[in-house]
Design a protein around this ligand. Structure first.
Ligand code: A2R
Length: 325
């Protein structure tokens, strides 16, 4: 795809690094925005092939500068306070980062008359409280957000709709359900469990895995499938429309943990619930319908969750083995 330029905000994050790899493999020119203090470990292997621009997206002037420098054809706005649990501690910061950053980007695009395609990254958390009769969750389901993070994502989502309607901008909205894989932030349950197990295997902690509520179920996809889905939406998604990206299958957190423990080399691992890991209100069940994106655009995930979790555990084993002792 010679000549196409993509701007990835939050390129140093979990999804950003995978999307950058995906785009580079297609011959696309990748420009990434990061903050001066962003950790760059996830993009070290591809850094020489990227153009990196510093910007705190909450600052309008620096967002304009990024757009003027990048002159993108596609923008995937991944930068965010991405962690639901942290949003209870810092609701204001979560809202400010997630909502104002996207508004700055869309306003700067408008001011600079950018005709770039823009992908809004929403979340299954937007659906929040889902009635059993509403499963699997379609895009038409009511949005009943249950966390400050979810409210920020609803706002980003509807803002994308409003800018599309008001200014006829090429904006497609994605609602990604849970995704995991190598480089997942350690605050997320899948990655946190895998890291704890890898540390136990390395003899760095006792064989006790600390957990929160194991009952909720989530619809997991592999991050490598999700970035392929984002690409599909950029290329062929209908502007103004919203699409679920999901597997259509839900696993309880308990089942995820049991799978990872089963992959461990240790004979026995104790499971201990930690009150600090429980949330004020949690979404009990999230299982999506992928019918719209599959029927209209032909996307579906291909990597089974067992593979994703195996790769995630291996990622942590390697990271821990590489740590200086
Ligand atoms: O915090 P940093 O400097 O390491 O960079 C993170 C970036 N970010 C920002 N960039 C510019 N200005 C900001 N004010 C700002 N705040 C955060 O967003 C990092 O590069 C990225 C988030 O990466 P992760 O936490 O690993 O999130 P992940 O899983 O890649 O999520 C991507 C998207 C987000 O919209 C999530 O809410 C959604 O997928 O699930």
């Amino acid at each position: 795809m010679n000549g196409v330029r993509i701007l990835i905000t939050g390129i140093t994050g979990f999804v950003g690094s995978h999307l950058a790899e995906f785009a580079l493999a297609r011959g696309v020119e990748v420009i990434g925005s990061l903050r001066w203090r962003s950790k760059t470990e996830h993009i070290e292997a591809i850094r020489s092939r990227l153009t990196l621009v510093e910007s705190d997206l909450r600052d309008m002037m620096s967002v304009r500068t990024v757009l003027e420098q990048a002159l993108p054809d596609y923008i995937v706005h991944l930068a965010a306070q991405s962690f639901v649990a942290a949003s209870w501690q810092t609701p204001g910061e979560t809202f400010h980062t997630n909502v104002i950053s996207q508004m700055n980007l869309l306003e700067a695009m408008r001011q600079l008359k950018s005709s770039a395609r823009f992908l809004v990254i929403g979340s299954s958390e937007e659906y929040g409280l889902v009635l059993p009769t509403e499963l699997p969750i379609r895009e038409t389901n009511p949005l009943r957000p249950l966390s400050p993070y979810a409210v920020s994502k609803v706002t980003q989502d509807l803002m994308g709709y409003q800018y599309f309607k008001s200014y006829n901008m090429h904006i497609v909205r994605a609602r990604a359900f849970n995704h995991s894989g190598p480089r997942r932030g350690e605050t997320f349950a899948t990655s946190n469990f895998a890291k704890q197990i890898a540390e136990m295997e390395a003899g760095l902690r006792e064989p006790v895995v600390h957990v929160g509520d194991l009952k909720p179920t989530r619809d997991f996809s592999d991050v490598r499938d999700i970035v392929r889905g984002y690409w599909t939406l950029l290329e062929r998604g209908t502007p103004g429309e919203v699409y679920n990206l999901c597997s259509g299958v839900d696993w309880s957190i308990e089942r995820v943990l049991a799978f990872l423990i089963g992959k461990s080399t240790l004979p026995h691992i104790e499971i201990r619930q930690d009150a600090a890991r429980l949330r004020p209100s949690d979404v009990p069940i999230l299982r999506g319908s992928r019918e719209k994106i599959e029927t209209n655009l032909g996307w579906r995930g291909t990597i089974p969750l067992e593979q994703t979790l195996t790769d995630l555990l291996e990622y942590w084993r390697q990271r821990i083995a590489a740590r200086p002792r």
